[in-house]
Design a protein around this ligand. Sequence first.
Ligand code: ATP
Ligand code: MG
Length: 221
Amino acid sequence: MCEDPAFSHEELHLSKAKRIGLMGGTFDPIHQGHLVTAEAVRSRFDLDKVVFVPSGQPPHKAGQIITGKEKRFLMTELATVTNPYFEVSRVEMDRPGASYAIDTVLYFRRLLEPGSEIYFITGADAILEIITWKDVDRLFENCTFIAATRPGYDLSAMERIVRQQLKPGYLQKIIPIEVTAMAISSTDIRRRVAEGRTIKYLLPEPVEYYINKNDLYLDQT
Ligand code: ATP
Ligand code: MG
């Protein structure tokens, strides 16, 4: 286990985990698209755990209004509590400065037994943002990417950019997986709340109650 005292507050149940998925996101709010994707990848790749990692300061969302991190963390806890394979980590929230995938992957490398497998789960829309970020070579050395697509989603732009700007060999470390169609996004949920439209069944009920109780997303401009 990690002996870094800075992270000793983490109470993740990972002691026996050898194959883990990491699902990073703003989770503002978490919704069924995230959950269905995480569960599909867990089952398909026989993962011991999927750890949801709410971001602290997403580098690509600078300038946008984002709900406070403790509220986003709580919504993620509420949404995942019924799945024994799911955990939620505070590591990005408690790290000062912008949240980068590489720092998170290396944190879990230190936490897990040597030789463990780390799968970084992203939606097909987000894969390019992540692999064109900081320390891409170290990222590819330390994890495999799972790019969740919707049926019919075209990954050719991603493949072209990896071939041209990164290394063609990296394509073997990006595994596309089709997940059940999920045209759900946090942006759409926030907009629906602001417009007084229903969000029922787009996200777990406790998260819906939490949003209502805390008056989240009422004024989205
Ligand atoms: P926003 O609309 O605010 O950007 P989002 O719905 O895209 O929110 P994020 O928290 O930005 O959610 O996404 C976290 C991760 O989940 C990203 O890798 C994203 O691609 C993926 N993801 C989001 N929605 C879906 C979905 N419906 N199906 C599959 N993956 C998704
Ligand atoms: Mg997004």
